[in-house]
Design a protein around this ligand. Structure first.
Ligand SMILES: CC(C)(COP(=O)(O)OP(=O)(O)OC[C@H]1O[C@@H](n2cnc3c(N)ncnc32)[C@H](O)[C@@H]1OP(=O)(O)O)[C@@H](O)C(=O)NCCC(=O)NCCS
Length: 133
């Protein structure tokens, strides 16, 4: 599921990042949603950050990665994953939760909005080729 959400990420990086997350439970958590047969069909990775766009500095819960398999969407699994991450963040002293999504990911942005997340800012990325100057 991670490879589907972040296809540009090499497999070795997935393995390393998952080990780092599981090795630092005070600042990172991973939640899984399961189908009735036990198969994992969704995941959410959350962290505690110290700053986030539009939030007061301090311990802030952050939705790092949020994914539900297409055939399981629209049944509340995504919301349940977010609720679990929010409860985890509250337990760790967070008063705010933050997240991000690509501008073109309209469904992802709407899902955030439905769950009470307000858009705080938009960022454009730029590049310039400096060879041949
Ligand atoms: C975003 C995602 C995790 C939501 O999972 P889900 O299981 O479909 O979510 P839920 O069924 O729990 O819906 C949660 C809320 O979002 C709303 N929502 C979900 N998908 C939506 C869509 N495509 N358009 C509008 N609203 C949507 C639901 O209506 C619900 O709100 P409600 O309770 O007010 O009705 C899933 O669509 C996904 O994996 N998308 C691809 C990855 C992605 O975009 N991740 C998030 C950005 S990084």
């Amino acid at each position: 599921m991670r490879a589907t959400l972040w296809p540009e990420c090499p497999e070795a990086d997935h393995t390393r990042e998952m080990a780092e997350i599981l090795g630092d439970p005070e600042f990172n958590a991973a939640f899984l949603a399961h189908a009735p047969d036990g198969l994992p069909v969704g995941f959410l990775e959350a962290s505690i950050r110290l700053t986030a766009e539009g939030c007061r500095p301090g311990r802030i819960g952050y939705l790092e990665g949020w994914y539900v398999e297409p055939e399981w969407r629209g049944r509340g699994l995504g919301a349940a994953l977010v609720q679990a991450a929010e409860a985890w963040a509250v337990e760790r002293g967070c008063r705010e939760m933050a997240s991000d999504a690509e501008i073109e990911n309209a469904a992802g942005r709407q899902a955030h909005a439905h769950l009470g997340y307000q858009e705080t800012s938009r960022l454009a990325h730029f590049r310039k080729d400096l060879r041949g100057r």
